[in-house]
Ligand binder design. Structure first.
Ligand code: NAD
Ligand code: TYD
Length: 351
């Protein structure tokens, strides 16, 4: 039975990944290690909490002793690292925690995995460390072209810079020690359990409570959207079949401007749930500092080498996502804690 150490598994993508893996395989064990920051929520994992193949440990990836103990107690086969501070706006307001978790924390778990797995200066068996990185490490595109794995790293926000730093440290462990690693660089995800500070759940949540829909700048920045389950399948394939030391971009050519995304959500809610939700709620607000204009993934490598393709189009995925948040309004209410309300108030004023 393979043992997976999933770090950051109580967050958005990590919880979707754990649920997907436990639904797909009954012969694996998953140990979820999460610090439970504002973004981590064990409610996301309710449907698997009693699964005998699942276990939760509350710990910080920066903590040497606690992470070492997990490697001492369990013969970990795979590490999949989702743990991160993940919100660009927060990184602009307070960069320090991003360096701590996203750089030093990654170095800590990487080093402990290396020390635990390395025998006589070699790595035996099927061990692998997979880092969940982001397309944001490549910086921003103009009107044409796509990010390939060979693009230079050119991050602009403290968030993307911290992710790029981690990618380089992981690459150095492959180059220096031949440690079995892969890095995935995915475009923007959306779907169930995403914390409502990111564009799509924030807009859905604000529509449901008739709050202003803040659109940064001219609303014409472009993101390449991927339904979270497609990302989870890609990670599973990289774990199984990814060539050691390689980077895989993950994306499905679903580029949309932010204003298109916002208007799509409004239209669907207006037509199906509430005719009081209209474009009048949109408010163009001050642009994000250093706001990347466009992201767009070239997924040729993962398509060709691992035969991965996304199965959910943006039009289908966004409807599924809106339906999920409407059905799970309780979840939405519960995750917006007092701390988050204060943060939101600081960003946008009274809510
Ligand atoms: P998220 O913010 O929803 O979840 C992050 C999780 O990490 C939370 O459960 C949090 O409690 C945990 N965590 C934070 N600091 C920790 C620490 N020091 N020790 C242990 N746990 C800690 O993030 P997400 O959107 O699920 O993103 C997961 C990963 O995927 C991140 O590494 C992010 O950079 C990457 N990524 C995200 C997207 C996206 O669109 N969301 C796209 C590409 C890549
Ligand atoms: P976000 O979900 O924060 O993801 P990222 O910055 O990692 O791409 O933002 C997606 C896009 O939406 C980005 O261009 C910023 C924009 N945006 C808004 O216009 N309004 C908002 O309230 C938020 C959170 C984001």
């Amino acid at each position: 039975m393979k043992i997976y150490l999933v770090t950051g598994g109580a967050g958005f993508i990590g919880s979707n990944f754990i649920i997907y893996m436990l639904k797909t395989y009954n012969n694996i064990k998953i140990i979820n290690v999460d610090k439970l920051t504002y973004a981590g929520n064990l409610e996301n994992l309710k449907e698997v909490e009693n699964n005998l193949n699942y276990m939760f440990v509350k710990a910080d990836i920066c903590n040497k002793k606690e992470i070492s103990r997990i490697f001492y107690e369990y013969d970990i086969d795979y590490v999949v690292n989702f743990a991160a501070e993940s919100h660009v706006d927060r990184s602009i307001n307070d960069p320090e925690i991003f360096v701590r978790t996203n750089v030093l924390g990654v170095q800590n778990i990487l080093n402990i995995a290396k020390n635990s797995w390395e025998i006589d200066s070699g790595f035996k068996g099927e061990k692998k460390f997979v880092q969940i990185s982001t397309d944001e490490v490549y910086g921003s595109l103009g009107d044409t072209g796509y990010f390939t794995e060979n693009n230079p790293l050119d991050p602009h926000s403290p968030y993307s810079a911290s992710k790029a730093a981690a990618d380089l440290i992981i690459k150095s462990y492959y180059d220096t020690y031949s440690m079995p690693v892969n890095i995935t660089r995915c475009s923007n995800n959306y779907g169930p359990y995403q914390f409502p500070e990111k564009l799509i759940p924030l807009i859905i949540n604000n529509c449901l409570s008739k709050k202003v829909l803040p659109v940064y700048g001219d609303g014409l920045n472009i993101r390449d959207w991927l339904y979270v389950e497609d990302h989870c399948k890609a990670i599973d394939m990289v774990l199984k079949k990814g060539r050691i030391g390689e980077v895989y971009n993950v994306g499905g050519h679903n580029e949309r401007t932010n204003i298109h995304v916002v208007k799509t959500i409004i239209k669907y809610i207006y037509e199906n749930f509430d005719s009081a939700v209209t474009d009048d709620l949109i408010e163009y607000v001050k642009d994000r500092k250093g706001h990347d204009r466009r992201y767009g993934i070239d997924p040729t490598k993962i398509n060709k080498e691992l035969d991965w393709k996304p199965t959910t189009s943006f039009e289908t995925g966004i409807k599924k996502t809106i339906n999920w948040y409407i059905k799970n309004e309780e979840w939405l209410k519960n995750v917006i804690s007092e701390g988050y309300k204060n943060y939101y108030k600081k960003m946008y004023g009274d809510i």
